[in-house]
Design a protein around this ligand. Structure first.
Ligand SMILES: [Zn+2]
Length: 221
């Protein structure tokens, strides 16, 4: 029943966000639960309500890379615990947890969709700056932060390789780079295995997650 109530509560913001091309990530003060796992609160909240491509009932991730490189360049910060002062501390990483990988490239370098899905542009000044979220089938989302400019409409279908924005240094950033995330059911995972072809085994998709097939009340896909 709480899930149903939550779903109903999502209808109002959906009607509001459908009308505008660019949205600001809603503010919420992180609670104790948020520190139990490395989540970015605003992004996680959005991911649960943004429409995603329907996941086929027989969906099974194939072998090989699931995501394409959004661009190629020097990796300036890996995924995971970091001592970089800009990242938020979490329980297991008091020095900060980096929820994606950073690739340093000059401002204006095109950024391409890592996989097919529905794209959403956002802007905030606190964290990701101008950024794009792509909801893919199968519960995977990709995020591209700190763009100088986004290049997609709200809910625009994109293919892998489409230019969705351009490298910048907006938000919580000290220089031009792409911050790239891969999330499964909202939880950030190391993007490298997804890019290199050895992603972790899939695990059940939570019931009601965008893109889950109809009637998948157990969230098995
Ligand atoms: Zn980063």
């Amino acid at each position: 029943m709480p899930r149903l109530l939550r779903a109903l509560g999502c209808l109002l913001p959906l009607t509001l966000i459908a009308a505008a091309p660019v949205q600001t990530v809603p503010d919420r003060t992180p609670g104790e639960n948020d520190l139990q796992r490395p989540l970015v609160v605003g992004v996680y909240d959005w991911l649960t309500i943004l429409p995603a491509p329907q996941t086929p009932a027989d969906f099974a991730p194939g072998s090989g890379p699931r995501e394409q490189w959004p661009l190629r360049g020097p990796l300036t910060q890996p995924f995971g615990c970091t001592g970089f002062e800009l990242e938020r501390p979490v329980q297991d990483c008091p020095g900060g947890f980096h929820t994606g990988i950073d690739i340093g490239l000059p401002q204006g370098t095109p950024i391409r969709a890592a996989g097919p899905g529905l794209a959403y542009p956002f802007q905030d000044t606190e964290r990701y700056g101008n950024h794009v979220l792509i909801q893919e089938a199968g519960g995977v989302s990709t995020l591209y932060g700190h763009m100088v400019r986004t290049n997609v409409g709200w809910g625009q279908p994109v293919k892998a390789g489409d230019v969705i924005g351009f490298v910048g240094s907006t938000g919580n950033s000290t220089g031009p780079h792409l911050h790239f995330e891969v999330r499964f059911a909202g939880v950030p995972y190391d993007p490298m295995p997804y890019l290199n072809g050895s992603p972790p085994d899939p695990f059940p998709l939570p019931a009601g997650w965008p893109g889950a097939p109809p009637g998948d009340w157990r969230g098995l896909r």
